[in-house]
Design a protein around this ligand. Structure first.
Ligand SMILES: Cc1cc2nc3c(=O)[nH]c(=O)nc-3n(C[C@H](O)[C@H](O)[C@H](O)COP(=O)(O)O)c2cc1C
Length: 198
């Protein structure tokens, strides 16, 4: 059985469209793709507070030279980055907030991008270590059209995923929902149901 890591990042729980679409996709992957799901709610896990001076200093200090305080400060990042590296596939459920991702998702990404776990430095520059994995990225927006110059979500997530070695990415766009929420949501659900899993 393969591990699906589901990452929710909306402050909304019951009314969230990205969570609703992620539910449909999770069901499909569990039913047709032989996945079992591990969930992370990066908005409510309050991850912003986990990054501080000691944890960032620890990132730049070899494991065996870290102080006790640095080891403690980097523990959450160790766990989250290893969990991310161990997964076979990912669902990112991503609302657009002020043209970017929510603070929780940004904080999560800052904790999981770790040299030695998700990427490494080579003579030619950084190289992603998470090869052969699949990511599904569901993006919801109220009025902004995805793919336009003010969309700082799609390109950011593609760049981050490529940076850690994940190049097989399926984007499910559910944008401009304020124009016709019902239709846009049902089209996105249909798109998910039509996905061919390999
Ligand atoms: C604080 C805040 C900022 C938002 N910023 C944007 C934005 O920049 N562009 C946009 O199209 N929609 C914006 N929206 C609308 C959300 O993207 C939209 O409601 C989306 O469905 C949220 O995802 P969710 O339904 O999973 O919570 C914003 C909503 C809030 C509450």
């Amino acid at each position: 059985m393969k591990t699906l890591l589901r990452i929710d990042s909306s402050p909304r729980k019951t009314e969230s469209l990205s969570r609703q679409l992620a539910d449909v996709l999770q069901q499909k992957l569990e039913n047709e793709g032989n996945y079992s799901t591990l969930s992370r709610d990066v908005y409510y896990d309050d991850l912003v507070k986990l990054g501080n001076e000691d944890s960032v200093t620890a990132y730049f200090t070899p494991d065996n030279q870290r102080t006790v305080i640095q080891k403690e400060a980097v523990k959450a990042s160790d766990v989250l980055s290893q969990e991310f590296a161990n997964a076979d596939a990912y669902i990112f459920a991503v609302p657009m907030y002020n043209f970017g991702v929510t603070a929780g998702l940004k904080a999560y990404i800052d904790l999981i991008a770790r040299a030695g776990t998700s990427f490494k430095y080579t003579e030619k520059g950084p190289e992603g270590l998470l090869k052969g994995k699949k990511a599904f990225v569901i993006i919801t927006t109220g009025g902004t059209k995805l793919g336009t110059e003010v969309d700082y979500v799609s390109g950011y997530l593609k760049t981050f995923l490529n940076f850690v070695g994940i190049t097989d990415i399926e984007f499910i766009n559910s944008d401009q929902v304020m124009t016709n929420a019902e239709k846009i949501l049902s089209d996105a659900k249909e798109e998910i149901n039509q996905l061919v899993l390999n």
